[in-house]
Design a protein around this ligand. Structure first.
Ligand code: ADE
Length: 226
């Protein structure tokens, strides 16, 4: 069983983009996950294949039509498809490493990329879309956010990274940010390696790293410690 991603977008040419390179690109070639894109515009209305309209009640911008998006979803996703259907939007629930792990352990994801000022609320309800945000800032569309979700999922799919790398304590798995890393040279521009890292005492090194992780988390993300 592999992880299958279906992306609904008005810009299918943006994919695979960076996902075709490096770790995720190699995994794609190795068949550890798959990616298909569907163009929402194929379900647009009339000769001009319209997908959006002005907001009911007035206001600026354009809203993605519920009938168009529902038709695109229904054509791409069979009724017995068990994959969660995500809608990328800044008003969604913030993505966490825990949700990434859950998604990566399942059959894959369907991701709807929003554009314009939003999506008609009725299709969010009617097709049970899970609204997901990747952070408190606004992108011009959901495509890059969808890539972020997929990148985060793919790297934790079994077999994508070596055992050493995927098992190792990472930021957010332990609710601590990572301790500082160093490598050669021993001296650089007057800065030397912390003595403890040269001590060969692994208990002491572990203790130092834990304390550094706690200090950095306290400084930068005290919310993670609560
Ligand atoms: N679309 C636009 N901004 C977004 C964000 N911050 N997260 C997810 N999707 C988005």
């Amino acid at each position: 069983m592999s992880f299958n991603a279906t992306i609904l977008t008005l810009y299918p040419e943006m994919f695979p983009g960076p996902l075709g390179i490096s770790l995720s690109g190699d995994a794609l070639e190795r068949g550890l996950w798959s990616l298909e894109t569907k163009n929402i515009r194929d379900h647009g209305i009339g000769r001009h294949k319209n997908v959006d309209d002005t907001p009911a009640g007035g206001g600026v911008g354009m809203v993605l039509r519920c009938d168009v998006l529902a038709s695109a979803i229904d054509a791409a996703v069979p009724p017995d498809d068990l994959r969660p259907k995500l809608l990328m939007t800044p008003r969604g629930k913030p993505l966490t490493q825990a949700r990434v792990r859950e998604l990566a352990a399942g059959p894959g994801v369907v991701i709807v990329c929003g554009r314009f000022e939003g999506v008609d609320e009725r299709v969010i309800e009617g097709r049970n879309l899970e609204e997901v945000s990747i952070g408190d800032y606004v992108l011009s569309g959901g495509e890059m956010a969808a890539m972020v979700v997929l990148d985060a999922c793919v790297r934790v799919i079994p077999g994508v990274m070596g055992k050493e790398a995927s098992g190792h304590d990472e930021s957010f798995e332990s609710n601590l940010l990572e301790y500082p890393q160093y490598t050669r040279p021993r001296e650089w521009e007057g800065r030397s390696l912390p003595d403890v890292l040269l001590s060969g005492n692994h208990a002491l090194i572990d203790k130092w790293r834990r304390e550094e992780a706690e200090r950095i988390t306290q400084e930068r993300r005290p919310d993670l410690l609560r």
